[in-house]
Design a binder for this molecule. Structure first.
Ligand code: PLP
Length: 429
């Protein structure tokens, strides 16, 4: 792959670069420099030229149970031999999607949830935002259309995720302030500003507020104390639906099955993806509260329809993988293990937090860490250095290094990873 890219560079043109477009990357910077990962085992991945790297980010925060799990490979193999998938709306469904729905409703932070399944986190956000608007249209509150989202938020990059992005660069370049016009950004941590904005925009125009429990791509930002309590109160008071985006935090990343439990949130909808299968199959979805689904389940000829069917909604193989994945999480006690690892991570990061010239802030929630660097250091450069040392991190907003390893690591692997980060920082100081 890199040979193809190198010859494209040599010819001083990217035109002949490999056909796969690394969308989200600046091609002149990225093409020819991509590490080709061709194997993974546990907490490590291997490049095609044989380098072994500790996966300190679990890929894109997805590989919670680690890579190369043979049990999940076997389940996928068996399910594909039996039935790859069959769609799950109108006249048909498939057994695996139905079972997965029950399991998810059983662990959902929303009582009596219904579950919509699709292919990933961006999908899930599109569904949740559409359903919020559908809810108010059906109620006859036809002006309630605006979706509020937080500064620095990341909710994927489909039409709604792009529109509600709190990282501005993800919203730019489409000719309007937002692909879907009915959106507004609220402060990332200041509840008084949120209240003022609701007053300005008008609660009668607002359908929902979307928030990550801990912002991921925005820099690993846990909530300020009191912020979520205020958000929840404002949502109730103004009849604004609360959508909690648990695409990163769902399925144990914060030491509880869902972060909504940890922060005492009572969402109307929860979006999930990554951790539902640890990335062994593309799957995401939305947990929906009775307040929203009940009117769609009235036994009458006039009952409304939520038109959001898709070929892969409730994909049978992805669902079979998710079912076994949830068993593995429970059998291996991986969610409580995250709480233990959180304590190890906090201790390991105290040394780094004291390097005041180099590190401006360290943030931890569950097995999620963010290390923000002073201006003379460059997170992109430090991540490159870490690769040379055999470790993967990722630069996030705010010159921040991402820490989100798989749940299966030992205490020593976690402290070793933090030590490597510290070493890379010291070398560049
Ligand atoms: N929401 C959050 C909070 C995410 O972090 C992500 C992806 O990183 C998404 C949504 C989008 O998920 P996907 O990449 O599966 O479409």
């Amino acid at each position: 792959v890199n040979e193809m890219a190198a010859s494209a560079h040599a010819a001083n043109t990217l035109i002949d670069a490999p056909a796969l477009w690394p969308a989200q990357g600046h091609t002149p910077t990225v093409v020819g420099r991509q590490l080709v990962i061709d194997r993974g085992e546990g907490s490590y991945v291997y490049t095609d030229d044989g380098r072994r790297l500790f996966d300190g980010t679990a890929g894109l925060w997805h590989a919670n149970i680690g890579h190369g799990n043979p049990e999940l490979a076997q389940v996928a193999h068996e399910q594909m031999l039996k039935l790859e998938t069959y769609h799950t709306f109108a006249r048909f469904t498939n057994d695996k999607a139905v079972v997965l729905g029950e399991l998810l409703a059983g662990i959902s932070p929303i009582e009596r949830s219904k579950v919509i399944l699709n292919s990933g986190g961006s999908d899930a956000i599109d569904v949740a935002c559409k359903l919020a608007r559908r809810h108010w249209q059906r109620e006859g509150r036809t002006t309630k259309k605006i979706i509020l989202s937080r500064e620095f938020a990341y909710h994927g990059l489909h039409a709604y995720g792009t529109s509600i992005a709190g990282l501005e660069f993800n919203r730019e370049g489409y000719g309007t302030e937002s692909l879907v016009p009915e959106t507004a950004r609220i402060s990332f941590n200041d509840a008084a500003q949120v209240e003022a904005l609701i007053a300005q925009v008008g609660a009668k125009n607002i359908a929902a507020l979307v928030t990550e429990p801990v912002q991921g791509t925005g820099g690993v930002n846990p909530p300020e104390p009191g912020y979520f309590e205020a958000i929840q109160r404002l949502c109730r008071q103004h009849e604004i639906l609360l959508i909690v985006d648990e695409v990163i935090t769902g399925f144990g990343r914060l030491g509880t099955m869902f972060a909504s439990e940890r922060y005492g949130l009572e969402p109307d909808m929860v979006t999930f993806a990554k951790g539902v299968t640890s990335g062994y199959a593309p799957l995401g979805g939305v947990l929906v509260s009775p307040r929203i689904w009940e009117p769609f389940y009235v036994d009458s000829a006039d009952t409304p329809i939520f038109r959001h069917g898709a070929t892969y909604a409730g994909h049978a193989t992805a669902s079979a993988v998710a079912i076994r994945h949830l068993e593995i999480l429970e059998r291996e006690n991986l969610v409580p293990r995250v709480s233990e690892l959180e304590a190890v991570l906090r201790t390991a990061l105290t040394g780094l937090a004291q390097r005041q010239g180099a590190v401006t802030e360290v943030r931890v929630a569950g097995l999620l860490g963010g290390v923000s660097l002073a201006g003379h250091l460059n997170a992109v450069q430090i991540c490159d250095d870490l690769i040379e040392l055999g470790f993967i991190s990722r630069p996030l907003r705010g010159n921040t290094l991402q820490i989100s390893p798989p749940f299966i690591i030992s205490d020593e692997e976690l402290t070793g990873y933090v030590a490597a980060i510290e070493h890379a920082i010291v070398e560049r100081e």
